[in-house]
Design a protein around this ligand. Structure first.
Ligand code: PFF
Length: 454
């Protein structure tokens, strides 16, 4: 193992919670439900789980071992493990992807703050469905309001990053993740016990394969990479702070299990509540910000206090989940600038925060006053989402599996997986086989089909 005096996560549970914090985010509670709604429910979920098992877990272990062995930021990691080669570009592409995701992700993260405020001041009460549509479109196209929240969200992230790995990232995850789990379970229990919730539960459990085509596979793969924070060196950066005793395979299994569990439970909050008042599930990205406030009001119309509490707690949940993820995205870019350009951590973080405020502002405006400006038919916000989730992350995953499967010395791989011979490694051969053949072929196949290249 390469030695240096880098920061570490103080405990194993801290490492798991921080990584799970990165994985669990808007991807689970905002993106997963609308992708599931658009792609026919349970069939999409099954394909998604297949992607997590076959691609997600092995690639997560691969990222972990690259990070922990090199103990460097994601671009530096490849330089250390493959000096004099071009592999460092995989790391640099990851840094760019992290920067782009953080920019548009913070826009939505900012919306959650506005919605906490609205829920807390009871301004959802008495609104009609049309009022919700109008309120959201006037908010998201307002040139100023979303920008203020974007800046607030990025500054909170900045503050935690500047505190450092143990006192900032680890400590905040240890507080926020348990709160998030409790909120999630309380909300899901309320939602499934609503009258008429069974249609929503059926939608989540009964697959309809007639809606499955190649775009569903691309959607599920992109969602798996996005949701597990894979393919851009995020977990590689976090693993560079893992201790020697951390069991990489077990951590990857725990993080993937937690992430998938949260996504599915989020489905159990949203769909039963939506179906209980007869709302269709395929509302797209606006599901969480237009459909849901309306759903909460109507579903709990008999008990207004519950509608109030449910709304406030739901948007707090969303904001916390988003925050643990923006922290990890920020850390990828900050660690890169700090280590590769020898900037202080504070200055590196300041550059990332300011850059994201500028780019995030453009993304936010692209949903309002800048709607007319498109590239390849997409506004900046949608373009960033498409290019990162559906192109850069799977491409990063493909290259990471080739790097560990074919290029990296197998002694290093063995050493990291077994913690220097201390742990058994019963699935080692399967792991290598997946990285060498299954993952690259599957990703390429889904890419080519999903993008309609043939
Ligand atoms: N996994 C996060 C989510 O599901 O919201 C988003 C994300 C975080 C993607 C970190 C990529 C990443 F590196």
């Amino acid at each position: 193992m390469i030695k240096n005096d880098r920061a570490n996560f103080g405990s194993k549970i801290g490492a798991v919670l921080a990584s799970a914090g990165s994985a669990v985010g808007l991807g689970n509670i905002w993106r997963f439900p609308y992708e599931t709604g658009n792609h026919g429910g349970a069939a999409f979920i099954l394909i998604y789980i297949g992607c997590v098992l076959i691609l997600g877990i092995p690639i997560m272990v691969a990222e972990f071992l690259i990070g922990r062995h090199s103990r460097a930021n994601t671009a530096g990691a490849y330089q250390r493990l493959a000096p004099g080669t071009q592999w460092h570009w995989v790391g640099r592409m990851g840094v760019l992807a992290g920067f782009l995701i953080l920019s548009y992700y913070s826009v939505v993260a900012g919306w959650t703050l506005q919605f906490i405020l609205e829920a807390a001041t009871n301004s959802f009460a008495g609104k009609s469905p049309t009022d919700f549509i109008n309120a959201f479109s006037s908010f998201s196209s307002n040139p100023w309001q979303p920008l203020i929240w974007l800046v607030v969200f990025l500054l909170v992230t900045h503050f935690i990053i500047v505190k450092g790995v143990e006192k900032g990232i680890e400590k905040s995850s240890k507080i926020m993740m348990p709160v998030l789990f409790i909120l999630l379970l309380v909300l899901a229990t309320c939602s499934v016990s609503l009258p008429g919730a069974s249609d929503g539960i059926r939608f989540l459990l009964k697959p309809d394969f007639s809606k499955v085509d190649s775009s569903v596979f691309l959607g599920a793969m992109g969602q798996a990479f996005f949701s597990l924070s894979l393919g851009m060196g995020c977990l590689c950066t976090y693993a560079s702070y893992f201790r020697r005793e951390t069991n990489l395979s077990k951590t990857a299994l725990s993080v993937s299990a937690i992430d998938t569990f949260v996504a599915i439970v989020a489905g159990f909050i949203i769909f039963p509540a939506a179906f209980s008042i007869g709302i269709q599930p395929d509302a797209g990205p606006s599901l969480l910000f237009i459909t849901l406030p309306n759903v909460f009001q109507q579903a709990f119309s008999n008990i207004p206090a519950l509608a109030y509490l449910f709304s406030v707690l739901f948007y707090v949940l969303l904001a916390l989940a988003a925050l643990t993820s923006t922290i990890s995205l920020h850390e990828v870019v900050t660690a890169y600038l700090h280590e590769e350009f020898h900037l202080s951590r504070k200055s590196a973080a300041a550059i990332v925060t300011s850059g994201c405020i500028v780019l995030g502002t453009l993304c936010s405006l692209s949903l309002g006053v800048g709607k007319g400006y498109t590239l390849f038919g997409l506004g900046l916000f949608d373009l960033f989402d498409f290019v990162t989730a559906k192109l850069m992350l799977p491409l990063g995953g493909l290259l990471i599996s080739i790097f560990v499967g074919w290029f990296l010395n197998k002694r290093i791989v063995c050493k990291e997986i077994s913690n220097n011979g201390v742990l058994n490694r019963p699935y080692y051969r399967l792991f290598i086989f997946i990285l060498q053949f299954i993952a690259p072929i599957a990703i390429l196949f889904i890419f080519i089909n999903g993008l309609g290249l043939f």
